[in-house]
Structures are given as structure tokens and as C-alpha cells.
Design a protein around this ligand. Structure first.
Ligand SMILES: Cc1cc2nc3c(=O)[nH]c(=O)nc-3n(C[C@H](O)[C@H](O)[C@H](O)COP(=O)(O)OP(=O)(O)OC[C@H]3O[C@@H](n4cnc5c(N)ncnc54)[C@H](O)[C@@H]3O)c2cc1C
Length: 339
């Protein structure tokens, strides 16, 4: 009989975040597919026990909590100690957690301590006929693999955005407190966010809007229009609530001292050496659509692009629709239509 532990951090406000609820959904899917398996919820955080009732109807048989102010702070030593203590207390064969920055940096080490194995960036789980398989992409989302493992405990880090977050009624639960070492030489100071004038990365947005280097290039009048480009893009983002992605060329220009869009950082870069965001739709503008960029669009389902060049990469089967047009004109009209 497999015991499945779903690990979650409790947020500072006492709630469970969306990634944690997605991990619960993944753990429930495994439990449903594995006859005789049981689900255990393991929570870590300042008020972990108090958060347990939020998961009352998730189908768990036990609720474990490592709590104390030191477990509310992100720190390798205390996060690893909490995960290890919870996995041991549950006698877990499978440990499923969201790939948050805290679990992603900790669970490989915990798997090593417990003689287990870990798989990261898991995008799907399947359980049937006594077997569990997870799927994961390799080589920057070019190949998908399905993995089974006999070794236990098996730690599975699921990528946020791949599962419908679990939601259920709260209720009373019996919480078992688990002791873990809270001592560490590492002191948590504060959270720092990358400095960018405006928040442009919105992982939950319906649309990914990508700006390419063309926005800063000389236009048919022989001049650059970077300020106008910035205004058009920001106006569109404010009205559409789209998330802003960029090509590498455009963000690199900034670090090379050229005039670029001031609200872009490398955090916006999509592609082989950037991010692989998940949005239902994508619109690329002034971006050529080369493979190292488009590989970051793996999880964007409906793709459109605006480019002056009818032979750009998007025309080579990389977009559903290519508008051969001037993005300055198109986006000015779109902004106008959006009011
Ligand atoms: C190892 C490696 C890793 C890489 N990783 C990444 C990565 O993670 N992400 C990434 O993006 N790139 C990556 N690249 C770089 C990638 O190959 C391209 O160089 C880059 O994506 C090009 O950016 P771009 O399309 O914005 O610029 P450009 O190639 O300069 O294209 C600009 C486009 O704008 C169009 N344009 C100009 N004016 C207008 C207008 N008014 N209206 C409409 N269209 C207009 C032009 O026709 C042109 O197609 C990587 C490359 C390598 C070798």
C-alpha cells in the first residue's frame, strides 16, 4: 500500500497558495488511481496546524504539521528539516509538492538524506494498475518523457500551472504535530523583488504579449521610435491585462547600453535561455520567431504574430496566424479599439 504525502508551505497570511492546491490535486489523482493507497497532508509554516482545516475535504487520512515561526521563513536548513520530519512521520512512499522556490531547492537534498529519488519539473502524473508514472519535458521542452521509479521515497515536484487547483470545503481535522530541528546559522532578512518600474509578468493572464527587438529598430522612415513603442505596449498591457514576454535580443540590448523599453528585464525573456510560460494565447510583435525563442512557447496553445517580414520564423509553421503588417500601426489600432 502506497502512502502519498502532499507537502505544502502555509503562506504568511495562513492560507495555502495556488501551487500548494495544485499539488493537492496531483496527489489526489495519484491516490484515486492507486487502489489501497492513502493520502497524508503535511504542512510546514508558522501556523501550519491552523491551516490544516482548509484541506479537510481533500480525502486525506492524516494531517501532519511542523510549525513554529522559523518554519515560516524560507531557508534551506529549516525547510529541509520540516520536509524530512514530515516524510518520516508519514512513512511516505510518494511525496508530492509544488515546485515553489522553497521546495525546489530543498527536496533533492531531502531525497538524498532519506535514500530516495526526486523528479523535478513534473507536468503530469498518472496512476493505474499499481503503477505511478510522471511526465516531464527535457531539452528545453523539446522532448517529453514518462518516468516510473521503484525507489522509495520518491519526491515529485510538480510545476505550477499544470493542474487545476484543488478547492474544497473546510472542516475540523485532527492535526498531529511533528517535531523538526528549527536551528540554523542562516538568518532570513527580507524578500526582494527585481526592480522594474511596472509589474508586467502575470502568470495567470489569458494572453502572453511578446515584444521583439523590432520595436527598437529603424522603421521605414529611417528613425527609431522607442518611446512610442513603450507607450503602445504599456497601454496595451494595462488595457488587456496581458503578461509581457520578450525576445532575448530585446532584453540584451538594454544590458549593452542601447535605448530599449525601460520596463523590460531578463525576467521577461521567453525561450531556450529564458522562461516557458503557460498562457492559453500568445501574440508576438516585432519578434522574428527563431527556434531558440519559440521553444519557450511550448505551452502557449493559440499563437499569432505581427511582423513586416512574410518569411519570418512565425511563417514557417510556428504561429497559427501571421499578420504581415507594421506592429506600430496594428497596436495603435488595437489600443484604440480597447478604449
Ligand atoms: C544558445 C542560444 C539561446 C538563445 N535563447 C534565446 C531565448 O531564450 N529567447 C530568445 O528570444 N532568443 C534566444 N536566442 C536568440 C534567438 O536565436 C534570436 O536571436 C532572438 O530571438 C531574436 O530576437 P528578435 O526576434 O526580437 O529580434 P530580430 O531577429 O532582430 O527580429 C526583429 C523582427 O522585428 C521585425 N520588425 C521590425 N520592425 C517591425 C514593425 N514595425 N512591425 C512588425 N515587425 C517588425 C523584423 O521583421 C524582424 O523579424 C538564443 C540564441 C542562442 C544561440
Amino acid at each position: 500500500m502506497e502512502t502519498i504525502l502532499v507537502l505544502a508551505h502555509v503562506e504568511a497570511d495562513g492560507t495555502l497558495g495556488r501551487p500548494a492546491r495544485e499539488a493537492i490535486a496531483a496527489a489526489r489523482a495519484v491516490r484515486e488511481g492507486l487502489a489501497g493507497s492513502s493520502l497524508v497532508v503535511g504542512l510546514a509554516g508558522a501556523g501550519a496546524g491552523a491551516a490544516a482545516p482548509q484541506t479537510a475535504s481533500c480525502g486525506a487520512a492524516r494531517w501532519l504539521a511542523v510549525e513554529g515561526p522559523e518554519f515560516g521563513e524560507p531557508r534551506y536548513a529549516t525547510d529541509a528539516a520540516a520536509a524530512q520530519a514530515l516524510a518520516e512521520a508519514a512513512s511516505a512512499g510518494l511525496v508530492i509538492a509544488a515546485s515553489t522556490s522553497r521546495w525546489a531547492r530543498t527536496l533533492a537534498g531531502v531525497a538524498q538524506r532519506l535514500g530516495g529519488r526526486v523528479d523535478t519539473h513534473v507536468t503530469g502524473v498518472a496512476a493505474a494498475q499499481g503503477k505511478v508514472a510522471v511526465s516531464r519535458w527535457f531539452y528545453r521542452q523539446r522532448m517529453e518523457a514518462e518516468i516510473e521509479r521503484a525507489q522509495r521515497p520518491w519526491f515529485i515536484l510538480v510545476d505550477p500551472g499544470c493542474f487545476q487547483p484543488w478547492a474544497g470545503e473546510p472542516g475540523p481535522v485532527a492535526v498531529e504535530r511533528v517535531a523538526a530541528s528549527g536551528s540554523s546559522r542562516t538568518r532570513f532578512v527580507e524578500y526582494r523583488e527585481p526592480v522594474s518600474g511596472e509589474q508586467t509578468i502575470r502568470p495567470d493572464a489569458e494572453l502572453l504579449f511578446v515584444a521583439g527587438a523590432g520595436w527598437t529598430k529603424k522603421q521605414p522612415d529611417g528613425k527609431t521610435h522607442t518611446e512610442q513603442a513603450g507607450a503602445l505596449i504599456l497601454d496595451f498591457l494595462r488595457k488587456s491585462r496581458a503578461s509581457l514576454g520578450s525576445s532575448k535580443s530585446l532584453v540584451d540590448l538594454g544590458s549593452e547600453g542601447h535605448a530599449v523599453l525601460p520596463f523590460l528585464t531578463h525576467m521577461n525573456q521567453v525561450g531556450q535561455t529564458g522562461s516557458t510560460p503557460r498562457h492559453p494565447k500568445g501574440l508576438a510583435t516585432c519578434c522574428h520567431g527563431e527556434e531558440p525563442h519559440v521553444v519557450g512557447w511550448r505551452f502557449v496553445n493559440e499563437r499569432r504574430a505581427v511582423n513586416l517580414d512574410p518569411n519570418c520564423g512565425w511563417a514557417q509553421g510556428k504561429a497559427d496566424v501571421l499578420y504581415v503588417a507594421d506592429a506600430f500601426t496594428v497596436m495603435a489600432k488595437v489600443d484604440e479599439l480597447l478604449g
